[in-house]
Design a protein around this ligand. Structure first.
Ligand SMILES: [Zn+2]
Length: 392
């Protein structure tokens, strides 16, 4: 923006100091200048001298409202961007956008009207052009600070108010601005601006609150999702650990199953055998011992007593002694499963067919790979109700 004011101001007899005071002084001078201009023109100016102060007041009120409106638009647009960022209700954003657009129209309308005033004044009192047509437009560059010092141009009612300075002072106003209540004479446009700014302010507040609520809700949802993911990960880790443990156990059993293959019947060193928790005399291949412990727990839960074991691993020498004392009841040395560490002879009722203990064993032991061999079954080639073998 450029105006011829500075050169004229330098030669003007009335030279005022620059600063905020200028505004007030310039405004108060406005009437005087208008009066003198009208006097020179013989009272033919468009603005009657008697109404000049009132007209200036109206213009000033409008310019102030335009400034506030510009602020409100900026604040609303910021709020709108924030609301859009967190995807609040689209209707709220649209309402604010519409209200902001309406306010923007009013600002254009108000500033468009305003530019006619100085032109009318220049026609009445000045021969010089006043190209300043964007004084109150928010995007306008900083007005020439020397302008108010020239009484000839103070007829421009918008000049004393510098919207750019308003933006500089409040670059990002937290509160939503409002046009203050009318304190004097004002026109319909100013009243419309006030109302439109109030609408924008209300909708801006709504959008801000929704955006904040959405941010809080989003954060809570993210937190919940993170917790759910952590819980799922923990559950998966537990499942993985259980699977790994099961696999390890399976591998261990497989290894145990192979552990005695290098030994001949009845020649297994004690260090290669395992015991059970409920009977220190028992020696078995380790996987057979492990499952017999599990079987005993179930048996104990059912009968309140541990399994009674009269024989388990039997060495070659032991088998010879057995054969010597029990005759046909003992297999030939080197052929018995007792010599392989996978057979037990049981008592406590199991040694007789038909007892509840024997029936329980027949129903439950096979689940743990402990079975009565067919030859030892009732009706078998050599019935032995007490002889059970691990077949896992
Ligand atoms: Zn036996």
């Amino acid at each position: 923006m450029s105006r011829p004011a500075p050169t004229r101001a330098a030669t003007h007899p009335v030279r005022l100091a620059q600063g905020a005071v200028v505004t007030v002084l310039a405004l108060s001078m406005c009437a005087m200048v208008t009066v003198s201009a009208n006097a020179r023109d013989g009272g033919t100016g468009l603005m009657p001298a008697a109404f000049a102060p009132e007209a200036a007041q109206v213009e000033r009120a409008r310019a102030g409202a335009v400034d506030v409106a510009a602020d409100a638009i900026e604040v609303a647009q910021t709020a709108q961007a924030e609301g859009a960022e967190v995807a609040i209700d689209a209707a709220e954003l649209e309402a604010l956008q519409a209200a902001t657009a309406r306010l923007d129209e009013l600002v254009v309308e108000a500033t468009g009207d305003e530019v006619t005033a100085p032109r009318a004044a220049s026609r009445s009192g000045e021969r010089e052009e006043t190209p300043d047509t964007e004084v109150v437009t928010p995007a306008a560059p900083t007005p020439d600070p020397a302008a108010p010092t020239d009484p000839a141009t103070t007829v421009d009612p918008a000049a004393p108010i510098d919207p750019a300075s308003v933006f500089e002072q409040t670059p990002a106003p937290a509160p939503v601005p409002l046009v203050p209540p009318a304190s004097g004479k004002e026109d319909a446009t100013t009243a419309e601006l006030r109302e439109a700014v109030a609408t924008v302010a209300t909708l801006t507040t709504t959008v801000r609150q929704s955006a904040e609520a959405k941010r809080v809700a989003d954060a809570a949802a993210a937190q919940a999702a993170a917790e759910a993911a952590a819980a799922a990960a923990a559950a998966q880790a537990a499942a993985d650990a259980a699977a790994a443990a099961a696999a390890a156990q399976e591998a261990q059993r497989a290894a145990w199953k192979q552990s005695l293959l290098g030994y001949s019947n009845g020649r297994i060193p004690d260090s290669a055998l395992c015991g059970v928790s409920f009977d220190a005399s028992v020696r078995l291949r380790c996987d057979a011992a492990e499952q017999l412990d599990v079987l005993n727990s179930a048996y104990r839960a059912q009968f309140g007593t541990d399994l009674v074991i009269s024989d388990s691993y039997r060495s070659y020498a032991g088998q010879i002694a057995c054969k010597r004392t029990k005759g046909y009841l003992c297999a030939a040395p080197g052929t018995s499963n007792h010599g392989s560490g996978v057979a037990v002879d049981l008592g406590g009722g199991i040694e007789s067919f038909g007892t509840k203990q024997h029936r329980w064993m027949a129903a439950n032991a096979p689940d743990l790979s402990w079975e009565l061999p067919s030859w030892a079954a009732r009706g078998g080639s050599k019935p032995e109700a007490w002889h059970w073998e691990y077949v896992g």
